[in-house]
Write a protein that binds this ligand. Structure first.
Ligand code: CMC
Length: 425
């Protein structure tokens, strides 16, 4: 709290509302007693002006285009850190010592196997199933295997559940992919590091081994770091809302995965590459697509553009754009879609519609191209986002359960339906 207040005038009086400051960036007006004092509620579609919580996990400066995890910039973490180190940082609040990282890595590695009975779950899906549906279902199913670890107030249970989720999600994602290919599931290999193990489970076959390219593994590690947390985004808020009822961590994360799947959120990375394909096949007529995106009567959006918080270039997209050329060069693929993406970006950024609305490329604009260059099929892009975002979800869920101010999430409504009436019979 600081000394400043806001005076709210309403029919019947005035209410003094305190201002709450954060450590960086603008503060907020605490409206905790608004309804009790005025009988009124706040209306804010999409929570565009509403902070649902205080949080110390990640800081997003939308004006400057900056993102920090626990105080460290993503640029620095992408350069000097690894994904598991970042997962540790988000969960425990500090970067690990060498010994702590080794022990954490060992613990994660020891939990990469899925219970053998889980395999039947994958078998039950049609071959055409989108892997995001499988991911959310399998994550929920995981809760049934660990009923003794559901108590959100037991720190050991929470730590173990977080560890199991981080260890097992790559296995789940790789099994979902194998299912769609009609190929046998590949078991995890604990002699490989986190990312190399995932790549091996994805691309090896029992009849043909897959040698993981260290350039690909490094690039994927950086991509996962860049996705690891992002304030109170849609899926994280979903994880928190589900968890606020004291639902267990597995099932809260499964709820977040469902929110991530949507094309306005994590599903955008798949849409971007599909859009770039379409533009390519359509004679690379950029103007046509810019026009469609600007047409209020056309549901088409320029996928990978715009952001609720960033009114500047998304720092993740900036890193990925410069990294994309490097990686695409190193892995030796010549992707015509990268060229289309660059030209589309140029066309959009010089168009008044996008300039006035401050619509810039977001993380999904270039991540799909990177995933593609690393050999992933388009339907795996959003599951990759989920693997990356998982450390953020578990850290935010834990922060919520430990916050004494936490209450069950239960927004109000302004009722606009039929006033009271009687059944006329
Ligand atoms: N193409 C065309 N117009 C757009 C776009 C776009 N990609 N994004 C926003 N606009 C327009 C929108 O129509 C509106 O125009 P007007 O003021 O004339 O009504 C204005 O810009 C403001 O947009 P909004 O939809 O009110 O903004 P929002 O904060 O509610 O939505 C968003 C943010 C990310 C959902 C939106 O920009 C969007 O749909 N982008 C495309 C999907 C996408 O790339 N999503 C990934 C987001 S980043 C990673 C993640 O969170 O997963």
């Amino acid at each position: 709290m600081d000394d400043r207040t806001v005076i709210l005038k309403y029919d019947g009086g005035e209410l003094e509302l305190p201002i709450v400051e954060g450590t960086e960036g603008g503060g907020g007006i605490d409206i905790g007693n608004l309804r009790a004092k005025t009988s009124l509620v706040a209306l804010d579609y999409g929570f565009a002006n509403t902070a649902g919580t205080m949080s110390g996990v990640s800081f997003v400066d939308g004006e400057a285009g900056e993102l920090r995890y626990r105080g460290y910039s993503i640029e620095e973490l992408a350069e000097k850190s690894t994904f598991l180190e970042v997962a540790y940082l988000l969960f425990y609040g500090e970067l690990p010592t060498e010994a702590a990282l080794e022990s954490y890595t060992q613990n994660v590695t020891r939990h990469t196997l899925l219970n053998e009975e889980m395999k039947r779950l994958f078998d039950a899906f049609p071959k055409s199933a989108h892997p995001m549906a499988i991911l959310a279902s399998a994550t929920n199913a995981m809760a049934t295997f660990y009923p003794d670890f559901h108590n959100p107030t037991d720190p050991h249970a929470v730590e173990q559940s977080a560890l199991r989720l981080i260890a097992k999600l790559p296995t789940v994602a790789a099994f979902a992919y194998k299912k769609s290919m009609g190929q046998p599931y590949m078991y995890p290999r604990n002699d490989l590091d986190y990312v190399s193990n995932f790549l091996h489970m994805m691309f090896a076959l029992p009849v043909e081994d897959h040698e993981v390219d260290p350039v690909v593994a490094k690039a994927l590690d950086v991509l996962l770091i860049l996705h690891a947390d992002h304030g109170q985004n849609c899926s994280t808020s979903t994880v928190r809302l589900a968890g606020s009822s004291q639902a267990n961590l597995f099932t809260s994360v499964a709820a977040g995965m469902s929110a991530l799947w949507g094309p306005l959120h994590g599903g955008a990375n798949q849409r971007v590459v599909e859009m770039l394909h379409q533009i390519d096949e359509d004679g690379r007529d950029f103007e046509k697509y810019i026009k469609k995106a600007k047409d209020p009567n056309d549901p088409f959006r320029l996928w990978g553009f715009g952001h609720r918080v960033y009114k500047n270039y998304d720092p993740r997209a900036r890193i990925l754009k410069s990294f994309a050329y490097q990686v695409i060069d190193r892995v030796g693929v010549d992707d015509p879609l990268l060229d289309i993406a660059i030209k589309l970006e140029e066309a959009a950024l010089s168009d008044d519609y996008f300039v006035e609305r401050r619509l810039y490329p977001n993380v999904d604009f270039y991540s799909g191209l990177m995933f593609r260059a690393l050999g992933f099929p388009v339907r795996m892009f959003t599951p990759l986002f989920a693997i990356g975002r998982l450390p953020g979800w578990v850290a935010q869920w834990r922060e919520m359960t430990e916050d004494p101010e936490t209450k069950i999430g239960r927004p109000r409504q302004i009722f606009t339906g039929h006033p009271a009436r009687k059944v006329e019979r």
